[in-house]
Design a protein around this ligand. Structure first.
Ligand code: S3P
Length: 180
C-alpha cells in the first residue's frame, strides 16, 4: 500500500528537525507542521509551563493526542518533539502518518545548539552535557527503530540535510516522493 504523503521528522533536541523541516516543506511544497507548536496552541501555554504545572506525563499524553489528531493530514512535513519516541504507543502512530526520518547529530553539536535557549525543561539541569549524553543513549536506538531513513546532519547545512532526506525518500518504493 502506498505510504501517506507526509514526512515525519524525529530526532533529539537540537538535531535540526524544525529548521530542516522548514527547508523540506518549501522544497516539496508541503505544509510545515510542528507537534510542539500544535501542543502549545491547544494548551494555550508554553511547553515549560505544561511541564511545570502538569508534569512530563501530561505533556506526553498531549503528544500522543496530537499525533492522533493528524490522521487526515497529507503533504505535510511534521517535526516532532525529541521525546516523542519514549512512548511505545507513538511508534505505530508515527509510521502510520508517512515516512519517518531520523535526523541525527553529535552530542557536541547538540549541546552547542541547545545551550542557546532555556525553553527545554528537560535540559534545565546542573549538568546539561551529562543529561544530553544520558537521554541520547536511551533514545537514539528508538529514533532509528522507528525511522525508515536516518541522516546525520552534524557537519552539514540545513539545506544539505534536506537534499539528503529528499534523495533517500525518493528511493523508498511506494514512498510519497518515489518517482511514478
Ligand atoms: C523534548 C523535546 C522538545 C519538547 C519538550 C520535550 C524532549 O522538543 O517537545 O521540551 O523530551 O526531548 P524539541 O526536540 O523540538 O526541542
Amino acid at each position: 500500500m502506498a505510504k501517506r504523503a507526509n514526512l515525519i521528522l524525529v530526532g533529539f533536541m537540537g538535531s535540526g528537525k524544525s529548521s530542516v523541516g522548514r527547508v523540506l516543506a518549501s522544497r516539496l511544497q508541503f505544509q510545515f507542521v510542528d507537534t510542539d507548536q500544535l501542543i502549545t496552541q491547544r494548551a494555550g501555554c508554553e511547553i515549560t509551563a505544561i511541564f511545570e504545572k502538569q508534569g512530563e506525563e501530561a505533556f506526553r499524553d498531549l503528544e500522543t493526542e496530537t499525533l492522533r489528531s493528524m490522521d487526515t493530514r497529507e503533504h505535510c512535513v511534521i517535526a516532532t518533539g525529541g521525546g516523542i519516541v519514549v512512548k511505545e504507543r507513538n511508534h505505530a502512530l508515527l509510521r502510520s502518518l508517512g515516512v519517518v526520518v531520523c535526523l541525527k547529530a553529535d552530542p557536541k553539536v547538540i549541546f552547542e545548539r541547545v545551550s542557546r535557549n532555556t525553553k527545554r525543561p528537560l535540559l534545565q539541569t546542573a549538568n546539561p552535557k551529562d543529561t544530553i549524553m544520558n537521554l541520547l543513549a536511551a533514545r537514539q536506538p528508538l529514533y532509528e527503530k522507528v525511522a525508515e531513513v536516518t541522516i546525520d546532519g552534524s557537519s552539514l547545512q540545513h539545506e544539505q540535510v534536506a537534499d539528503r532526506v529528499i534523495d533517500a525518500c525518493r528511493r523508498i518504493p511506494d514512498g510519497p516522493l518515489s518517482p511514478l
